[in-house]
Design a protein around this ligand. Structure first.
Ligand code: CP
Ligand code: NVA
Length: 306
């Protein structure tokens, strides 16, 4: 049961929780489900320290559709920008709203918010994880391929927040997962060890490479993300050099299964991590993937607050 719980990491979810989210998402996508309003009279604060298009809009629209009121709070316009503590901000928000959806630079910040808030806190991206993203992603895999158990998802690129959440959810759910990252940009050991432990229980095969051509062999899904995440802008030039062989192009696609699906959490930079003809080509499910964020997050909110 997710009721009144925080969602800070994929680690917080059992396989049963994830299946419940997906089942409710199926319902919310039906005509009847579109009238489901469990958030009637409830307010959800969106506390954001970084830019966002999809997460902000899909949460705001989703909260409205569920009958609730979304309150967007940019950290620069709160008293926190003048020295009020995060703990006091969390205590005060708890007196006014029913839930906090937070996008923070540091993962410790979302955890500190959750520690001092008396209401549930949902991670909407930190430097460590992006759990709502990958829940939408695996829901999309299930929708497109029919099932996720035993399929192969290959991630090419930076061992970043999205990669962390993706390896954790894949290893929990029994999805075979391979990743190719440049040396020095691999997934950190702390996350690797957790994924390997989950994979022992689920039967998932987890593989780590530096060479993208090895990682994508016979893949059902190839996934990528930007080379430069938010907060890493000063490394842009260096990263563009280091990652230049980690582009999803038509040549790389040939090594995967012929019916491979291409995924990207967005925003994307065509010509860098993904070639334009791949992003806009027939194998791409990227915009359906973005749309599913809305429904999966509505399911998460309904289960936590409903
Ligand atoms: N994928 C994603 O979280 O996009 P935004 O940064 O636009 O929210
Ligand atoms: N890794 C990217 C994901 C954006 C949704 C970032 O953190 O900027």
């Amino acid at each position: 049961m997710l009721y009144r719980r925080d969602l800070l990491s994929i680690e917080d979810l059992t396989v049963g929780d994830i299946e419940n989210i997906f089942n409710l998402t199926n319902y919310l996508k039906t005509e009847e489900g579109k009238n489901h309003k469990p958030l009637s009279g409830k307010t959800v604060a969106l506390y954001f320290e970084k830019p966002s298009t999809r997460t902000r809009v899909s949460f705001e629209v989703g909260i409205f559709q569920l009958g609730g009121y979304p309150l967007y709070l940019d950290n620069k316009s709160l008293q926190i920008s003048r020295g009020e503590t995060l703990a006091d901000t969390a205590r005060v928000l708890s007196r006014y709203v029913n839930c906090i959806v937070a996008r923070t630079l540091k993962d410790e910040t979302v955890r500190e918010l959750a520690r001092y808030a008396d209401i549930p806190v949902i991670n909407a991206l930190t430097d460590r994880e992006h759990p709502c993203q990958v829940l939408g992603d695996i829901y999309t895999v299930k929708e497109k391929i029919g099932s996720y158990k035993g399929i192969k998802v290959s991630y090419v690129g930076d061992g970043n927040n999205v990669a962390n959440s993706l390896i954790l959810i894949s290893s929990k759910l029994g999805i075979n997962f391979s990743i190719a990252s440049p040396e020095g940009y691999e997934i950190k050991n702390e996350i690797k060890e957790k994924a390997i432990k989950y994979a022992k229980d689920s039967g998932a095969v987890i593989e780590f490479y530096n060479d993208p051509t090895l990682a994508v062999k016979d893949a059902d899904v190839i996934y990528t993300d930007v080379w430069v995440s938010m907060g890493e802008e000063s490394e842009e030039e260096k990263r563009n050099m280091i990652f230049q062989n980690y582009k999803i192009d038509l040549q790389l696609l040939k090594l995967a299964k012929s019916e491979v699906k291409i995924m990207h959490c967005l925003p994307a930079i065509r010509g860098k991590e993904i070639a334009a003809e791949v992003m806009d080509g027939p194998s791409s499910v990227i915009f359906d993937q973005a749309e599913n964020r809305l429904y999966v997050q509505k399911a998460i909110l309904s289960l936590i607050l409903g």
